[in-house]
Design a protein around this ligand. Sequence first.
Ligand code: 3PG
Ligand code: MG
Length: 398
Amino acid sequence: MSDRELPSIDELDVAGKRVLVRCDLNVPLDDGAITDDLRIRAALPTLEALLERGARLAVCSHLGRPKGQVKDEFRLTPVAERLSELLDRKVTAVRDVVGDEAREACASDDEVVLLENLRFEPGEEANDPGFTDALSSLADVYVNDAFGASHRAHASIVGPPERLPSAAGRLLVNEVTTLERLLVKPDHPYVAVLGGVKVSDKLDVIGNLLDRVDTLCIGGAMAFTLLVAQGKDVGRSLVEEDRVEDVKGMLEEAVAKGIDIHLPTDVVAAEEPTEDAIHETVPLAQIGNRMGVDIGPETTGDFAKTILGARTVLWNGPMGIFEIPDYSAGTKGVASAIAEATAEGAFTVAGGGDSAAALARFEMTDAVSHLSTGGGASLELLEGKQLPGITALRQASK
Ligand code: 3PG
Ligand code: MG
């Protein structure tokens, strides 16, 4: 896979045209307020480049999972407001996706039209050709800049390239090019720091990384399944019992390939995974009948030392329940070490929604070489899979 094959917006004729731009503006909301606008800011370079060249835009995105129904809490209204502020332009937010309002706005001179949540239409997730026709007929040209949704074979992602002159936006190209550096000829030493709740979500990524990395540092609840596979006692920590055998196989493969695997040697042990639970930091062997909710300082120090010796670092997933301050030190320690490694010239990438949320919480989003806007999409890319949205663009450009 190579970014060179991705058709660029620079080669598209857009002046005076209406350009359908598929973005991933699926931002986290709390009671209608955007809590992290990273994805909206990341969409700006493409939108601004197209506007500068005289295009009129029909921006579209999904938000949440309304499952083919119109639900007011999933309207793009807050996104439209934020986009208008960031672009410093009027954004015409229409109340439907391909209905009368959308068609009228797209036929008008309005420079930036934002269609309503694509997933209000059942045809979006079903990849229905009738819906794709209606969506494509709103515009003359199509740009996919929705990296975070390009692993979905949904209508707005895979349909328009068959119908309109099409290209990949700046964000999509940047994500693919950057994440590819983690798979193709990475600089060594190369360390992957993985965390999060479920090892089952990460086994395919680990499988694809075993031929590439020198060291794996694994924290978060997923580490407990690995520790169980090594015969350790993890108390009442979360364990995916049905994955222990798979994990044993993975560990054997890693050993055979000479990969260093670092796992927690100390943990924050809590009675419950809650803020007010009684907790203390102990060596893993003293976890007793408690749950591990963060890696301890000895483990954090070990991971940090490994990170500081690396030339390439991939970080996906928190080391503990970082949303609770008492259980956030491990994740923060890892983030700080990655920031320091970046400052010293290492190539560092954070991917996945939770790592992004952790960096945002610690006000460290600029501390990595690249912060991916994709969760599932970045994982699938790192698994070595072809993303449907990227395949659709490549086929259309042939
Ligand atoms: C995401 O946040 O993972 C992307 O926007 C895709 O959303 P989805 O997982 O609901 O398809
Ligand atoms: Mg997702």
